[in-house]
Design a protein around this ligand. Sequence first.
Ligand SMILES: CC(=O)[C@@H](O)[C@H](O)COP(=O)(O)O
Ligand SMILES: NCC(=O)COP(=O)(O)O
Length: 241
Amino acid sequence: MTKLSVNINKIATLRNARGGNNPDLVKMALDAETFGADGITVHPRPDERHIRYQDVRDLKPLLTTEFNIEGNCKEQKFIDLVLEVKPDQVTLVPDATGQLTSDHGWDTISNKDYLTGIIGTFKKAGIRVSIFVDPDEKMVAGAAATGTDRIELYTEGYARNFPVNKEQAIAPYIKAAEQARSLGLGLNAGHDLDLKNLNYFSRQIPWLNEVSIGHALICDTLYLGFENTIQLYKRQLQHNL
Ligand SMILES: CC(=O)[C@@H](O)[C@H](O)COP(=O)(O)O
Ligand SMILES: NCC(=O)COP(=O)(O)O
């Protein structure tokens, strides 16, 4: 079954708003695991607007599920943090510093040599590597050429189009996912997945290894409670619904 990795960036956003430790990020990550999360995802950005580098160090020894660190591997500080902490997985995202959020995947063709090198470094350290790509078969093929273990499909386009025409929204993702499978790549997905669009996505691509979900899940938590929300998202990944 597809695993749910809870992205806790927005818990850190709330904590940082007052400069204290409420909500307690580490406690909420451990609670997420207790409530059924299969993993925890963090995305430390260079400006540390939410997840701080120290949060990553604090979390590592305490988590009992998969730890996924996302970030821009062109930042040496990020590379050093990942090699220091050695998470289960690192997800390489081509974000520029000032971006509001992640909004595109890698050009795996023009960045082939660079990605191949850094992926080799992380794999040598025993860390599984996933690279963030758009649902573009050329970029998926380019990803396979870098030696990455997995790709993560950037699902903002799916989420935007799902309410309009779900068959059209999912089409490029099925093609990209089928190609990833044929090339022996593991498959993750994330960005703007939510309680409305998740079940359809996972039913159409049942070989999906993992989804990482943060923004919508934390927003839903405000109304529905953290434990209940995690259970509701897990249920969307069961295909017998
Ligand atoms: C890579 C991805 O799609 C998400 O992890 C995204 O980076 C979330 O970042 P923010 O929480 O800063 O929007
Ligand atoms: N990789 C996607 C992720 O970790 C969370 O994205 P979002 O659910 O916050 O949009």
